[in-house]
Write a protein that binds this ligand. Structure first.
Ligand code: NAP
Ligand code: G4F
Length: 367
């Protein structure tokens, strides 16, 4: 039985990857951080399955800033594959905590690689969660594995170190270490402060009347948004390749934040019109047709928060970033050719999956 170690197991990707690896028959070990309240809600459904707990699913306390802990975990578990997904992953927050972000996202990666080197685990394979944020102020459209990097945030600069230390340890010590350069990928498990989830959650709450407005930053930023479970399958495929290498995973389509908002409301039966520009731009309810979405229509009696003419979207410069990434669009033809990986879920379907899931949740819980 293959043994995998996942850092960041409590995050969006960690939870999907755990399901995928358990399904493939792996023994899965996850690193969790001590927290003053529960932080395992994305994996509780797995942790509560007794047959898994006995034999194939184990959680260990740890932190990427604690070198001795990482060494101990490697010595004890001797994993065949390591997926390093742990990170301070919020770009805007990285401007507030740049030192911590570097400690975890840059040096955390180095600590792990060094632990592999010191414990002499020669055949362990290492996956690094690299990111399309490396391209930042993009030097080429679309972005490929060969596009030069131009990071635009402390997060991206820290991940740039992570990227290059992977390449360096691969070349210097012959460690099997690969970068997955993943473009944005989303799901109903996405953290609530990332823009997609913020939008689908707010739109549902606005419909039901527990929130008045959705306040956002840059509506014109463009992202290449895919569906997270497919990208986590791609992480596994990257480590099954005969040699360590770096791969872009992306959909090849790009959309603005504004389009994400528009499609979310539309999916829930509400058409918006946009007025004004920049920080004065607003999204106003133009029409409502709840029958368009079966889930919403079935709970029509709960929809009492919205009327034609309401302003439901506003902009606040508080959400602007000191330096922004305006456009991302990836070309993953190398992954398609060498790994057989291709994104399947289209933008509108992704928006639908997330809007439906959040509407269900909000309708069930009332907030
Ligand atoms: P996420 O939901 O924010 O999850 C981050 C995980 O890292 C959580 O489990 C978190 O634990 C853990 N973590 C944070 N700091 C840690 C530390 N010091 N020590 C140990 N664990 C720590 O992120 P995600 O969306 O799943 O992304 C997974 C990885 O892919 C991240 O490295 C991210 O930067 C990268 N990435 C994401 C995307 C994307 O679009 N999602 C795209 C490219 C790259 P807690 O639950 O305790 O906070
Ligand atoms: O959802 P976001 O915060 O994601 P961002 O910055 O693209 O980063 C995510 O994807 C990266 C891959 O490219 C990962 F490496 C990273 O870990 C993370 O998962 O913001 C997307 C866009 C930005 O341009 C932002 O300025 O949405 C814009 N935006 C507009 N209003 C907002 C908001 N972002 C957030 N979080 N909140 C807003 O209110």
């Amino acid at each position: 039985m293959k043994r995998a170690l996942i850092t960041g197991i409590t995050g969006q990707d960690g939870s999907y990857l755990t399901e995928i690896l358990l399904d493939k028959g792996y023994e899965v070990h996850g690193v969790i951080r001590r927290s003053s309240s529960f932080n395992t809600k994305r994996i509780d459904h797995l942790y509560n399955q007794e047959e898994l707990l006995d034999h194939r699913f184990f959680l260990h306390y740890g932190d990427l800033v604690d070198t001795s802990n990482l060494n101990r975990l490697l010595e004890k578990i001797e994993p065949d594959e390591i997926y390093n997904l742990a990170a301070q992953s919020h770009v805007k927050v990285s401007f507030e905590i740049p030192d911590y972000t570097a400690q975890v996202d840059a040096l955390g990666t180095l600590r792990f690689l060094d632990a592999i080197r010191e414990t002499g685990l020669k055949s362990t394979k290492f996956y690094q969660a690299s990111t399309s944020e490396l391209y930042g102020k993009v030097q080429e459209v679309p972005q490929t594995e060969k596009t030069p990097f131009y990071p635009r945030s402390p997060y991206a600069v820290a991940k740039l170190y992570g990227y290059w230390i992977i390449v360096n340890y691969r070349e210097a010590y012959n460690i099997y270490a690969s970068n997955g350069i993943l473009f944005n990928h989303e799901s109903p498990r996405r953290g609530e402060t990332f823009v997609t989830r913020k939008i689908t959650r707010a739109a549902s709450r606005i419909l039901i009347g527990t929130q008045d407005k959705l306040v956002l930053g840059n509506l014109s930023a463009k992202r290449d948004w895919g569906y997270a479970p497919e990208y986590c399958e791609g992480m596994w495929q990257i480590l099954q390749h005969d040699k360590a290498d770096d791969f872009v995973l992306a959909t090849g389509e790009t959309h603005t934040v504004r389009e994400f908002v528009q499609h979310t409301f539309s999916k829930l039966g509400v058409e918006l019109e946009w007025k004004g520009e920049g920080a004065k731009e607003t999204g106003i309810v133009k029409s409502i047709d709840l029958e368009r979405n079966k889930k919403v229509f079935a709970k029509k009696d709960l929809v009492n928060g919205i009327t034609v003419g309401d302003t439901v979207v506003e902009v606040s410069p508080n959400y602007y970033r000191p330096t922004e990434v305006e456009l991302l669009i990836g070309d993953s033809s190398k992954a398609e050719k060498e790994l057989g990986w291709k994104a399947k879920t289209k933008f509108e379907d992704l928006v639908g999956i997330m809007a439906d899931a959040d509407f269900d949740l909000v309708a069930r819980k009332g907030y």
